[in-house]
Design a protein around this ligand. Structure first.
Ligand SMILES: C[S@@+](CC[C@H](N)C(=O)[O-])C[C@H]1O[C@@H](n2cnc3c(N)ncnc32)[C@H](O)[C@@H]1O
Length: 299
């Protein structure tokens, strides 16, 4: 909130509504003077739960089911042209992780789904049962930063020739078999990285971040602020690069000795290094451990 600085009467976007925690904090600040918070989530369960929690704010809150990658369409539908601020708190919610039935957790048996928007096509089971081995390996290596990606992909392909891989625990057992026991990390379940990789692929998280973040920055009013919290180094890299690009303005190829595009800086970066949770916050909420926050102000 100290980066976003929500003000009475302002129009704010929470592109990742989740349980509505951020939206509630913003609404408490902007509700006076007819302020508005637009809360978007692609998960119908999140919207329903947050809707109940946020009912006390009445018309201050507008809830939208959809993807923040389609921000322009959602804002146009609401006749909102510009924003005083936005926040994106990326990835999966604690609710999604903890409700075993959605297939995000390797600790509870469930259909291998992992879609945040259950109305979209393409579950994790579809990916593990149909993708070519090399593509599976790439996804697990790139999105999971998993050094055993090749072996895991090969074990998956061998296993699926006998019988389709349909549940989280089936996949967990295959991954455990692929990583030699002696190489398991002490404090990380062997399936963590592969599950994370599949989740990112199923939900097209990186592509959608890039599209949505650009749209959100473009909609900011001068002086408006944008805040992004990421939990994955690839996400943080995308945020850093987009913020840098908007801060420098120029998009000329590096080889050119002088700028010919003439574009001016559009934002000021407020976080040289990303802000991270304090030790006290991590003790209280261990999932904040890997969170990195970056913020900009529109010029
Ligand atoms: C980390 S949680 C957000 C928690 C929230 N800040 C709170 O205070 O409770 C991320 C949420 O964003 C949603 N989400 C992730 N990517 C999204 C996207 N591209 N478009 C819309 N919602 C998305 C997820 O479904 C999930 O509910």
């Amino acid at each position: 909130m100290s980066f976003l600085q929500p003000r009475p009467g302002g129009t704010y976007l929470d592109g990742t509504l989740g349980g509505g925690g951020h939206t509630a904090l913003i609404a408490a600040e902007c509700a006076t003077g007819n302020g508005v918070v637009i809360g978007i989530d692609q998960d119908q369960e999140a919207l329903a739960a947050a809707g109940n929690r946020l009912a006390r704010f009445g018309g201050t809150i507008r809830l939208v089911h959809g993807n923040f990658a389609e921000l322009d369409r959602h804002l146009d539908m609401l006749a909102v042209t510009t924003l005083d601020g936005f926040i994106l708190d990326l990835g999966v919610s604690s609710h999604q992780l903890d409700s075993g039935a959605r297939g995000f957790s390797f600790q509870q048996d469930a259909p291998l789904d992992m879609r945040m928007d259950t109305g979209c096509d393409g579950t994790a089971a579809d990916l593990v049962n149909t993708l070519p081995e090399q593509e599976l390996e790439r996804i697990i290596r790139e999105y999971g930063e998993e050094r055993w990606a090749r072996r895991i992909a090969s074990f998956i392909v061998k296993a699926r020739t006998g019988q389709a891989i349909l549940t989280t625990l089936q996949l967990t057992d295959i991954i455990k078999g692929a990583i030699p026991r002696a190489k398991w990390e002490e404090r990380l379940h062997p399936a963590t990285r592969t599950f994370q990789a599949l989740r990112i692929a199923v939900n097209h998280e990186l592509e959608r971040l890039e599209t949505g973040l650009r749209a959100a920055i473009n909609r900011l009013k001068p002086g408006g602020r944008g805040v992004v919290i990421s939990f994955h180094s690839l996400e943080d890299r995308i945020v850093k690069h987009i913020f840098r690009e908007y801060a420098s303005g120029c998009i000329c190829p590096r080889q050119l000795p002088v700028c010919v595009c003439g574009r001016k800086p559009q934002v000021r970066v407020l976080t040289g290094r990303p802000a991270m949770a304090t030790e006290a916050e991590v003790n209280h909420n261990p999932r904040a451990r890997s969170a990195k926050l970056r913020a900009v102000e529109k010029q």
